[in-house]
Design a protein around this ligand. Structure first.
Ligand SMILES: [Mn+2]
Length: 357
């Protein structure tokens, strides 16, 4: 048994990287993995995917031999694991080694099944960091460029918005993704030039910090246009808002326009400076609820008297006291949705933190 295992233990020749395509954390993680591959002289290939694309992503893995398979910024629950496991276990039996670095919530069963793979799989999951930070700490602990990429990912993943280049990169990823989806182009291929530039030179590879813009003129133009249009849409969404006071707490409901993310709209509506309608200033809401066109609800608070997770529970959801998500369901009449939500929130006021009031 021991001799057989040691015979199988060939040196890894290549690295296959799978990361999340949707945001800067996934992209930055992929760039750090790419730097690692280069530092170890491993032939590198990349696949960016989103939840729902696991079947295709993991099918590729089943044929691999003697490959280091590094998966970043993708969470696993049991059903997803059941899809991925046959391929992963086949790969592991062919001399591949699995390294999984993530910060989402994993079920104990998913953790157990991943760790049961052959060839010493590595699994690091820590919700206190973003995936790029974990990737950097595990793979490139002393690399300054990787540290910088992790810092940028942290700024966007925790929605701090303190680094201009980080926010711009978030928008660039959205622009590139939306355009690829629109033209039915491959998302990995569309994002790869950005990941490669980040892997080579860090944020300076794509961003001219002196001029505060992307080096790629076309990308800069597209991002600027996207930001302008988004601002218009968010201002228009604010016009259609519904306000209602429940036990002294101002609840505001706003419909999310298409092409605008919940985070973007939530951040916009949390800043007092943005809340002006026809020359009239509005206060920041104590509880802000955003409604997507598919009927998904986002909860955010402007006051610590409010518990977003308790409010979300009334709508089949959950989350943190400061931010949560729920579901209303498909609808056609936004005003009726508002009345309905206000009524539900008035009937059960557990979401108002009594200790604080
Ligand atoms: Mn992430």
């Amino acid at each position: 048994m021991t001799t057989e295992t040691s015979k199988k233990k060939k040196r890894m020749e290549s690295l296959f990287s799978i990361s999340h395509d949707k945001d800067v954390d996934g992209i930055a993680s992929a760039a750090i993995v790419w730097r690692y591959a280069r530092s170890k002289n491993l032939e590198h290939s990349l696949l960016l995917t989103d939840y729902g694309g696991f079947d295709q992503a993991f099918a590729k893995v089943a044929a691999m031999r003697n490959t280091l398979i590094v998966i970043t910024d993708l969470g696993m629950d049991e059903p997803a694991m059941n899809h991925a496991m046959p391929s992963l276990s086949q790969a592991a039996s062919q001399g591949c080694r699995i390294v999984w670095l993530d910060h989402h919530l994993w079920s104990p069963a998913a953790i157990k099944s991943l760790l049961s793979l052959e060839n010493n799989p590595v699994l690091k999951v820590n919700p206190e960091y973003c995936a790029a930070e974990i990737t950097q700490k595990v793979l490139m602990p002393r690399d300054e460029t990787s540290k910088e990429l992790a810092t940028i990912a942290h700024d966007t993943d925790f929605n701090l918005r303190e680094i201009e280049a980080a926010s711009a990169l978030t928008d660039a990823v959205s622009v590139i993704r939306f355009s690829a989806l629109d033209k039915r182009e491959d998302i990995t291929e569309s994002l790869k030039p950005v990941v490669e530039a980040l892997a080579k030179k860090g944020i300076e590879g794509v961003w001219d910090s002196e001029r505060g813009r992307f080096r790629d003129t076309l990308l800069q133009k597209q991002v600027a246009y996207y930001q302008k249009e988004r601002l218009k849409k968010m201002k228009k969404a604010l016009v259609g808002h519904c306000d209602h006071s429940i036990q002294g707490q101002l609840v505001r409901i706003v419909e999310i326009p298409s092409g605008v993310t919940t985070t973007d709209l939530g951040t916009f509506l949390a800043a007092e400076d943005n809340l002006e309608l026809e020359g009239q200033r509005m206060p920041v809401a104590d509880l802000l609820i955003t409604v997507s066109q598919g009927g998904m609800l986002g909860f955010r608070r402007g006051s610590e008297h409010v518990l977003c997770n308790e409010a979300a529970k009334l709508f089949d959801g959950g989350g943190h006291p400061y931010a949560a998500g729920g579901e209303y369901g498909m609808y056609s009449d936004f005003d009726a949705v508002c009345d309905d939500i206000f009524l539900t929130l008035s009937k059960n006021t557990k979401w108002i933190n009594q200790d604080q009031s």
